[in-house]
Design a protein around this ligand. Structure first.
Ligand code: AMP
Length: 397
């Protein structure tokens, strides 16, 4: 599939049309029930503003959390409607249901430039089942479908994929940007092209590593996944997280990297702790001397320098997965050092969603990155070269 060949919102006439927009309003809430990080809603504003400016009748939909197919006030999109009203300075007509009487009444009486928000699509089990009848009912509200929920585009659900079978279907600005920036990096990167991969497990990233081996000049590995590679090299890794069933795969990856002349860097040293706990006793040891009773929780200072040097002069950097348990201060140094090195590299820098995005934001480097993807799972699958069903379903130019 050629991602860059998909129609965008600017390739279709939306004037006066009813436009169903699948957004990603799956935002986090604090204990008082307030939206704690509205980034995902903010990211959708450009598409919505374009539709307002072009006199469309706008019907927004999204999922929020995992309500397991039934109405649950805790997962209502009402507070999203309030936030949107403030951000857009216009009333949002909140529907009480998804495809019921309230949705029918509100969406059928919209005037040009007005906005309705359907309730959480996951209040229906049919959403995740990609049920044809449910998709048809959603589609019946509109003349055009716009998918702008990059974060769920790797899921074939009724509101991300099914609905596209019944309407002219295009992508919004958010998806368009994700595809353009990541597509350009993968297919036409400024070199040297370096991937930094971390996070807990090799198994989650093996597909990405294999795909990137044909694209990049170097791969830097940190985080819990590094220990499976170290184990494969014959090092003792103490009590570090290690996927013994992935050791052969890890060996194969390292052989392939050598054959493809891809530089493959593993940590030289590590901050190891006694227990998997934020205030555990810890020390720095080289990668060939992790003892039993200790576990690697972050890369060490020599590795920080090694990675910093490797990133100097990079043309493009893709980063997915933290270098250690960055959520705990004692083990956030490695992730901080790498974030700083990426930010200062001058390279086109792309941060995969999820934990890497959270880390870059928490550590204060978000503004310095070229692109922070809004989709954790979706950006990983994109980097793996897997077809995203929510994008594949859209019309070609
Ligand atoms: P992922 O979702 O696979 O990118 O993994 C992110 C998670 O990996 C974060 O919550 C980190 O705390 C965790 N992580 C990173 N390094 C380690 C490590 N050395 N041991 C255990 N967990 C780790």
């Amino acid at each position: 599939m050629n991602y860059l060949n998909k129609k965008s919102i600017e390739d279709i006439n939306v004037v006066g049309k009813k436009v169903l927009v699948r957004c990603d309003f799956n935002v986090p809430f604090d204990e008082q029930g307030n939206i704690s990080d509205p980034k995902r809603i903010d990211e959708s504003l450009r598409t919505i503003r374009y539709l307002i400016a072009h006199n469309a009748k706008i019907i927004l939909c999204s999922h929020l959390g995992r309500p397991k197919g039934e109405f649950n006030l805790k997962y209502s999109l009402k507070s999203v409607a309030e936030y949107l009203s403030g951000a857009l300075k216009q009333q949002i007509k909140m529907c009480k249901d998804v495809i019921g009487e309230s949705a029918k009444e509100i969406t059928s009486s919209l005037n040009e430039g007005e906005i309705a928000l359907l309730e959480n699509v996951r209040f229906h089990t049919e959403e995740e089942q990609n049920d044809v009848e449910f998709a048809k009912q959603l589609a019946s509200f509109a003349d055009i479908y716009v998918n702008d929920a990059f974060g769920t585009s790797h899921r074939a659900h009724a509101s991300t994929t099914g609905v596209a079978a019944f309407l002219p279907s295009v992508c919004g600005y958010l998806i368009e940007k994700e595809l353009r920036v990541m597509g350009e990096a993968i297919n036409n990167p400024k070199r040297p092209f370096i991937a930094i991969l971390g996070g807990a497990k090799v198994s989650d990233k093996i597909g990405v590593i294999n795909h990137l081996l044909d694209k990049v000049d170097a791969i830097l590995i940190g985080g819990g996944m590094a220990y499976t590679f170290m184990h494969a090299l014959g090092y003792s890794t103490g009590d570090s997280i290690c996927e013994s069933e992935k050791i052969t795969v890890a060996k194969d990856v390292m052989i392939a990297a050598k054959e493809k002349f891809v530089k493959f860097l593993l940590p030289m040293d590590n901050r190891v702790g006694r227990k998997f706990a934020p205030n555990t006793v810890y020390k720095t040891v080289s990668s060939d001397s992790i003892e039993e009773g200790w576990l690697g929780l972050d890369i060490g200072p020599k590795t920080e320098e090694l990675f910093k040097e490797a990133l100097k002069g990079a043309g493009t950097i893709i980063w997915n997965g933290p270098m250690g348990v960055f959520e705990w201060e004692n083990f956030s140094n490695g992730t901080f050092a790498v974030a700083k090195a990426v930010a200062e590299s001058g390279a086109v820098s792309i941060i995969g969603g999820g934990d890497s995005a959270a880390a870059v934001e928490k550590l204060g480097f978000a503004e310095k990155m070229t692109h922070i993807s809004t989709g954790g799972g979706a950006s990983l699958e994109f980097l793996e070269g897997i077809e995203l069903p929510g994008i594949a379903a859209l019309d070609d130019k």
